[in-house]
Design a protein around this ligand. Structure first.
Ligand code: ADP
Length: 442
């Protein structure tokens, strides 16, 4: 409504009324009363018109205010659109670009003015264009597409992966008029996914290789054990039955065969143990027993080794309740291994076993020696399979480098932990912490 015209109109009516008022005062027509009444009505109408004018003016001001706010809001949305971190495009329903925000122009590496009017498919790599167009045709029957992964090829620069979501915009009659596109660069994500896939494949291959290795070791060990037992058995028999008939040098030779055979058998047993642990076949046979008693028995069994080398072998314990529920055979295997190593790698001094209680729920066994020690840098490798220190002592003693790897696995199987401290030429301490009670299914 044109308010000025309306005001002018009122003014004209008011002027005419004034004229009429003057004429009414001057004439003596009999219809004077009627005229006066008409004039009064006119006056009332005029006043009402004035009020209407005031209201219109007020409404007009409100409208102007609302329009200003709307404009501000529109500006804000334009800014949001333009500076959004993701690319936004508006295309017609043929895919021709009508509007593009800052991020979209950055993604496609084209200035805004050159982007407008181009078809989006011209930024799709040649080989994917057909399927892209096909999908656009499908879009005519859909309201939206969510997270459609496409590749985009800017005029200059590398092709990149993009996750696209599209919404169809309709006019008041429900006809589609345009599409709104959201473009998100997902190259980094895609690359990470590809790397993850490559790692998964590699991981699978490694697992498979480890499985085949363990299987091979286990089969080989079985195959080796049978003839080894025969060699050992017969040479022992030979020594026992024909001892007096054998010349001393032949006896020595047979003794060597027996010793080497025993070493080889121990080695085969180790490999067999390790491969069965690797394939996860080991199960705990739980029972309650006295740990101090077990440690004492083992120490006594191995005392002859320490005596041969003039080493002290002592146990120290201050456990009030030495009972433990775990796998007795595994604890024995672990301790025999640690004590055997401690004696093997100690030339002077001794080996000391210490038992302690760690709170209510854990027991600690420490095997300390005053032997050759392990260099600090090597400590981290000590529990790895087939690892040995390249020292003359190690070479002298042979072994497979499997003992501690097995010990480590067994201790973990019993939900325990093993740590080592060592100083070169001063000695080593292996410390095992075992839970007092290994629960079922733990
Ligand atoms: P093996 O004794 O059969 O070679 P282990 O796994 O038992 O295999 O030991 C691996 C290596 O760790 C040994 O060859 C030795 O170099 C080192 N080692 C183990 N125990 C001790 C110890 N108590 N003192 C010094 N070195 C040790």
């Amino acid at each position: 409504m044109d308010l000025d015209k309306f005001a002018q109109h009122i003014e004209e009516v008011r002027q005419r009324q004034d004229i009429l008022n003057q004429h009414a005062g001057e004439s003596f027509f009999p219809q004077q009363d009627l005229l006066t009444q008409a004039l009064e009505e006119l006056q009332t109408s005029l006043e009402e018109l004035h009020v209407a004018e005031e209201e219109l003016l007020a409404q007009n001001e409100e409208l102007a205010l609302a329009y200003g706010l709307l404009e501000k809001e529109r500006q804000r949305y334009l800014e949001l659109f333009d500076f959004a971190p993701d690319g936004y495009l508006v295309t017609d329903t043929n895919g021709k670009i009508i509007q593009a925000n800052h991020a979209a122009t950055n993604l496609l590496k084209v200035a805004k003015k050159f982007l407008q009017g181009k078809v989006l498919s011209s930024y799709i790599p040649e080989e994917e264009r057909r399927s892209f167009r096909q999908q656009l045709l499908n879009l005519h029957n859909m309201e939206r597409i969510q997270d459609w992964e496409i590749s985009l090829q800017p005029r200059h620069g590398n092709k990149f992966y993009c996750s696209t979501s599209i919404i169809t915009v309709y006019d008041s009659e429900g006809n589609p008029t345009s599409w709104r596109w959201l473009l998100r660069d997902i190259t980094a994500r895609k690359r990470a996914e590809e790397q993850l896939r490559a790692i998964q494949i590699q991981n699978f291959q490694l697992q498979e290789a480890a499985r085949i290795k363990s299987q091979f070791l286990s089969v080989m060990s079985h195959e080796l054990r049978t003839p080894m037992n025969a060699i050992l058995g017969f040479s022992q028999l030979m020594l026992r039955h024909y001892y007096h008939m054998l010349a001393p040098e032949i006896r020595t030779m047979v003794e060597r065969i027996i010793n080497s055979g025993k070493q080889l058998l121990a080695l085969i047993e180790n490999i067999l143990d390790f491969s069965s642990l690797e394939t996860g076949r080991a199960e705990l046979r739980l029972q309650e027993f006295n740990l101090v008693e077990l440690v004492t028995t083992i120490t006594e069994e191995l005392r002859f080794l320490a005596v041969q080398k003039n080493l002290t072998l002592a146990i120290h314990t201050n456990i009030q309740n030495p009972n433990i529920v775990t796998d007795r055979d595994l604890v024995r295997q672990v301790l025999v291994n640690l004590l055997d190593n401690a004696i093997k790698f100690t030339e002077t001094g001794g080996v000391f076993v210490e038992l302690q209680q760690l709170g209510q729920d854990q027991l600690t066994v420490m095997v300390r020696d005053t032997g050759i020690g392990i260099p600090e840098a090597e400590l981290k490798n000590i529990f790895q399979e087939f690892w040995q220190l390249n020292q003359s002592t190690t070479r002298k003693h042979g072994g497979t480098g499997l003992g501690l790897a097995i010990v480590n696995k067994l201790v973990h199987l019993m939900n325990g932990t093993i740590t080592v401290e060592s100083r070169l030429s001063e000695g080593s301490t292996f410390r095992i912490v075992l839970p007092r009670r290994v629960g079922n299914g733990e």
